[in-house]
Write a protein that binds this ligand. Structure first.
Ligand SMILES: [Zn+2]
Length: 323
């Protein structure tokens, strides 16, 4: 195209834009929505918070579904392949996304939302060996001592890092939206900061000996580290492994000895084992914790912030004691 043509075109466009600026803008936003595919519901919400109107988020593992047990369909590879951007949790939680992206022909950047956080090893302060056993059963990978707990979103401080990483990635993939992404991230970060303070304050008031609970699988290591609650569980970090009879018996003995006040069901796990542990240990059922997935829209945890608040309320209620 010669220079005069380009100038004429530019003049023409400017006139058109002036004539109906508002209409043009809203059409453009819809037509160019950035298609982002994420692995699981919590991450989908975070990308939606930062992306706002400019992105269309697709999530493979939905509300109340267990990402550890996810079985991808052939259509999932196509969906991942067709995305403008793919965002994963990382830390071994959603490695199947990497395989799907490869088989779907995805050529873009694989954004790891958890990049840069202070990771937690799988076997932390609990005295069981389950985590190790389950690690071995997972992918055939060696569960060496460097294996990392993937459930980093259970610490709001980590999620503030997720949000910053997501904002950077969206701005890079869609530079025209950079200002909007930064503004959304800043607003949302303020909300997260307040939430983090609220959770800390709520638990600081509890006596140390009441700050322990049982959950179905070891999904709350980061929560425990951040907020000073000790979580015990019959199943390790991966949730799809069977606990051993020995391990369950040992856990029940420990619950009785330490007078653990409450056991919790999880939205993504079978509740029968927890019910058995409750009846044999004499602990109370504290309610449901949202570990690895949001609730459906009509549930108590349809967004990340609501999920953390629902967990806080359930824990506070159960640990407060009789007085
Ligand atoms: Zn999990």
């Amino acid at each position: 195209m010669t220079k005069p043509h380009a100038l004429a075109l530019r003049h023409g466009l400017r006139a058109l834009a002036t004539a109906c600026a508002a209409a043009l803008i809203s059409t453009a936003v819809h037509a160019q929505a950035l298609e982002v595919t994420t692995s699981f519901s919590i991450l989908g919400d975070l990308v939606g918070q930062v992306g706002g109107e400019r992105v269309k988020v697709r999530t493979l593992v939905g509300a109340d579904e267990d990402a550890h047990a996810f079985q991808p369909r052939p259509s999932d590879a196509r969906n991942v392949g067709g995305a403008a951007l793919v965002v994963v949790n990382g830390l071994g939680f959603d490695d199947w996304m990497v395989r799907l992206a490869r088989s779907g022909g995805y050529k873009g950047e694989m954004v790891v939302a958890s990049a840069g956080i202070d990771t937690l090893a799988m076997t932390t302060d609990d005295h069981h060996d389950h985590d190790h056993d389950h690690g071995h059963g997972d992918d055939g990978d060696k569960a060496d001592s460097k294996a990392v707990d993937p459930h980093a979103w259970q610490d709001v401080g980590n999620v503030r890092r997720y949000v910053a990483n997501i904002a950077d990635a969206l701005a890079k993939a869609d530079p025209a939206g950079a200002t909007a992404y930064r503004a959304n991230a800043e607003r949302y970060d303020g909300e997260l900061k307040a939430l983090d303070t609220e959770i800390r304050a709520a638990f600081a008031a509890l006596p140390a000996e009441r700050r322990k609970v049982v959950s179905s699988h070891a999904a709350f290591g980061y929560f425990g580290r951040a907020y000073g609650i000790r979580f015990l569980s019959p199943v390790g970090v991966s949730n799809n492994a069977e606990p051993t009879a020995q391990g369950v018996a040992r856990l029940i003995r420990q619950l009785k000895a330490e007078k653990v006040p409450a056991v919790f069901i999880e939205n993504v796990a079978d509740s029968r084992l927890i019910e058995r542990i409750r009846s044999e240990s004499g602990a109370q059922i504290g309610g449901t914790l949202y570990s690895d997935a949001l609730s459906k829209a009509d549930g108590p945890a349809p967004s990340y912030v609501q999920m953390m608040r629902a967990n806080l309320d359930a824990l506070r209620q159960a640990l407060r004691g009789a007085d």
